[in-house]
Design a protein around this ligand. Sequence first.
Ligand SMILES: Nc1ncnc2c1ncn2[C@@H]1O[C@H](COP(=O)(O)OP(=O)(O)OP(=O)(O)O)[C@@H](O)[C@H]1O
Ligand SMILES: [Mg+2]
Length: 313
Amino acid sequence: MSSNQGGKIKVSVQKAGPLDTGEIAQAMKSIKTKFAIMSGKGGVGKSFVTASLALGFAMRGYRVGILDADVYGPTIPKLLGLVGASLYLSEDEKIIPAVGPLGIKVVSMDFLLPTDDTAVIWRGPLVDRAIKDFLGSVLWGELDALFIDLPPGTGDAPLTIAQTLANELTGSIIVTAPSDVSRRIVQKAIDFSRKVKVPIVGIIENMCCFYCPESGKTYYIFGKLIGKEMADRYGIPYLGMIPLDPRIGEANDLGEPFLMKYSTSDTAKAILSIVDTVIAMYKDKLEGKVEVPKKQPIKSLMKLPGEEEEGNE
Ligand SMILES: Nc1ncnc2c1ncn2[C@@H]1O[C@H](COP(=O)(O)OP(=O)(O)OP(=O)(O)O)[C@@H](O)[C@H]1O
Ligand SMILES: [Mg+2]
């Protein structure tokens, strides 16, 4: 599936026929917890939250990886100052992740694109094949936590990727932001997780409000928050909220991880409180031995078109 060209790798997708996800299980067998970050719609800060959770875990001393599986808009390298990084092959043709701040191992679709401006045109079966080939070949090594940035929304691409990884996932983390339609969007994200049979870790409400540095007051500029209400309604943990902070955009644009640059800010405290909540929830797994996941063919999870109604309970 890949060739070594002057150290850099080139991935081509040619094989046909079903591929056993056992290869992915094998590649990920030394990772204690694996979280997919998802959202019902784009632009809610999913990639920022993915990078921040990973940085937070690393700041707490855990060995962390990020899989940027957003085939349409891979942005993790930008947030971690890794633009232009390449993936390399080991002698036995395995993919070696790039290493970002705090030793975070990063694998991104972005590393496979020739230039920044390349439009990615992935079609369903191609995403399926590329993801399986690609993920089965990564040398993650031993990690405590892997954070996976899924493509936004609940369409074909996130579905294919989530299904492919479903057996491996510890849980999904739903990111939402206040908006008129967010109830429905959160519900779509919950339905999606249930459809792919992945436990929901909880909901994070990003851009919840604004902490005014002058008055010390919190302003809920977008009106009432619905994350907590939805979490209660569906019996899902509410992991917390992250305020709007203009420094986040600035740090992201500069490729300087916000959480490290402004580690003592109120915004960073809000993020770290979410990180600590997730760590507390998975303390046993994080401190215990790695569980070797059961090998299961992906086929059993692929009957989705006929199950369309089932997820909308
Ligand atoms: N809490 C926040 N305060 C201020 N800006 C934020 C916050 N969270 C994210 N942003 C900014 O919002 C924009 C969208 O964030 P991000 O790229 O993480 O969203 P996304 O959900 O991954 O988007 P996409 O759907 O395109 O993948 C970015 O410019 C980011 O810097
Ligand atoms: Mg994104």
